[in-house]
Write a protein that binds this ligand. Structure first.
Ligand SMILES: [Zn+2]
Length: 317
């Protein structure tokens, strides 16, 4: 039986290759439906969400990992966040864009374009997230993540991510395998993994053939023997937006922007980029937020210059 949305973990018998893998068709279909996205956007977001979830599964408890693809293609930005407990969420700036296919395949690279990938990891005991940035290699998501891992850890990784979208836009196969080599790995194992990566069938073809997670791992590990580890995590699409966070993001717009919203006498309807939930903020509440912004400003003005902190842009909506 195929357990959907359950990240399974494996390790090679010699302990030098660790693997996380998942079949997450229904989760990526849920993301597709939340964003009402068209095929290339669904594939880009689905690959990014799967990648973020798999990378987060290697991290310790309460850790969070974000993948932020900032390309110049028609999709705009692709953002995916994964927590080590299995929660994921994400968005694409322009989810309803048609990108012509390339060689009969979804042209994710063309949708994302040229730019950079920023990866941020935050651990519960560290105040500032650690961020690393690399140039996008192809915009195909998996290759870009593999390049990032190689740049940051100086070891090759296998990153295989796939999303299959039907002509009616629905997602009918999605999943991924990420394998990382650990210190002590032999040159033979490395060469073998490289060989496997070239000849392996893609993840969605395997899933559509009814293969399970272990079959996916075997396809990429080839002759490298491995065993399954007992720990698993279940993926869920979960957003942590709420009224205080929405109000905080409105306050970050600043005095001028808030004043013009109040002058226009329009109650604002804020839609969460991640989950589509709507928040209605009344004029009265906007006035209250404006008063708070002004009060904070006065407070700031009283402080000595050196302790003033600049507003930081966050995606924590
Ligand atoms: Zn939300």
């Amino acid at each position: 039986m195929i357990k959907e949305n359950v990240i399974e973990k494996f390790i090679s018998l010699d302990g030098t290759v660790r693997v996380s893998a998942v079949i997450c068709t229904s989760l990526i279909e849920e993301a597709r439906s939340i964003h009402n996205s068209f095929p290339v956007a669904s594939a880009a977001l689905g690959r990014a969400l799967t990648g973020a979830a798999l990378l987060a599964s290697f991290m310790k408890e309460d850790a969070r990992l974000t993948l932020h693809f900032k390309g110049d293609g028609p999709l705009g930005q692709v953002f995916a966040e994964g927590d080590s407990d299995g929660s994921v969420r994400g968005f694409v700036t322009n989810p309803q864009i048609h990108v012509p296919s390339r060689n009969g395949k979804l042209n994710v690279g063309g949708g994302v374009g040229n730019g950079v990938l920023s990866v941020a990891t935050s651990l519960p005991d560290e105040k500032q997230p650690y961020t690393g940035t690399v140039d996008l290699q192809s915009g195909e998501i998996g290759e870009d993540i593999a390049y990032y891992l190689f740049q940051s850890q100086q070891v090759p990784s296998i990153v295989a991510l796939g999303v299959f979208v039907e002509p009616d836009n629905s997602v009918t196969a999605a999943g991924g395998v990420i394998a990382q080599v650990l210190p002590g790995v032999t040159d033979e194992t490395l060469a073998h993994l490289e060989e496997q990566m070239k000849k392996a069938r893609n993840v969605t073809a395997l899933i559509r053939d009814g293969k399970n997670v272990e079959d996916l791992v075997r396809e990429y590990l080839g002759k490298v023997e491995f065993k399954k580890l007992p720990e698993t995590s279940t993926l869920v699409y979960r957003c942590h937006c709420n009224v205080p966070r929405v109000e905080r993001s409105l306050m970050l717009l600043g005095e001028k922007e808030l004043t013009s919203m109040i002058d226009e006498k329009q109650a604002s309807d804020i839609r969460c980029d991640f989950c589509g939930r709507h928040y209605e903020v009344t004029i009265e509440r906007l006035e209250g937020l404006l008063a708070l912004v002004r009060a904070t400003k006065e407070e700031d003005a009283k402080r000595p210059l050196a302790s003033k902190s600049k507003n930081k842009k966050t995606y924590d909506a």
